[in-house]
Design a protein around this ligand. Sequence first.
Ligand SMILES: C[S@@+](CC[C@H](N)C(=O)[O-])C[C@H]1O[C@@H](n2cnc3c(N)ncnc32)[C@H](O)[C@@H]1O
Length: 223
Amino acid sequence: MQNSLSAYTKKYDDLNYGLSFADGHIVRFYERILKYKLDFKAGNMLDFGCGNGVHSAFFKSKGYQCFGVDIVPSLKQAYEKLVGGGGCKIIQPNASLVGLFEEKMNLILANQSLYYLPKNTLVQNMDEFYEMSEKGAVFFATMMSEKNYYFKHAGKEDSQGLRKVVLEGRLNETSYIHFVKNATDLKELFKPFKCLYLGEYDPIYFYEFEGSAHHFIYVGVKE
Ligand SMILES: C[S@@+](CC[C@H](N)C(=O)[O-])C[C@H]1O[C@@H](n2cnc3c(N)ncnc32)[C@H](O)[C@@H]1O
């Protein structure tokens, strides 16, 4: 099965990849949706595809207890340096999440990570996220859209919904991405959770360089 492990191992281990500060759309999700709209109380958070843990560190600073999952072995140390000990698990790409954590989660965050999964793993992981969530848990995920410049470099969709994306130049990488056409498609993908809000972001782009970095946002709840 195709996966993006070697692309991310190179990015993290050789190219110093990873944010130093929380992304703007995560800060705004926290302030506008969790705090203002939902009056959500801090609890346990699962950060799926956690990277170096920058978003776990942000939620930790807001009182959450954070747990991370990723596929790149070196991220365990990076995460624990930034967020604290014990909370990060490294899995094989597309493995089951059952039994990884004893804790039930109140918030599941999957920022820019679920589009690396083939459809069968995505369906399985969604059921597992739902199962490991407390009633009332919030689920936040982003998916890359066909407006994103990655799509211009994508091949044909395979039977698992993934397209091979070969980028040359600045990123110089090969990854496998599940693109979505519109925000309403997210309701179908993430349907164990009831949809509360749909959104999108496109942080910055230069018209003549690379192009849009557009993603859709989904916020749901376990009823
Ligand atoms: C664009 S980065 C986002 C990192 C982090 N969520 C953030 O917002 O800074 C994508 C992350 O997904 C991870 N990833 C890629 N394929 C994955 C998979 N099959 N299962 C879990 N994580 C995966 C990568 O290793 C990487 O850390």
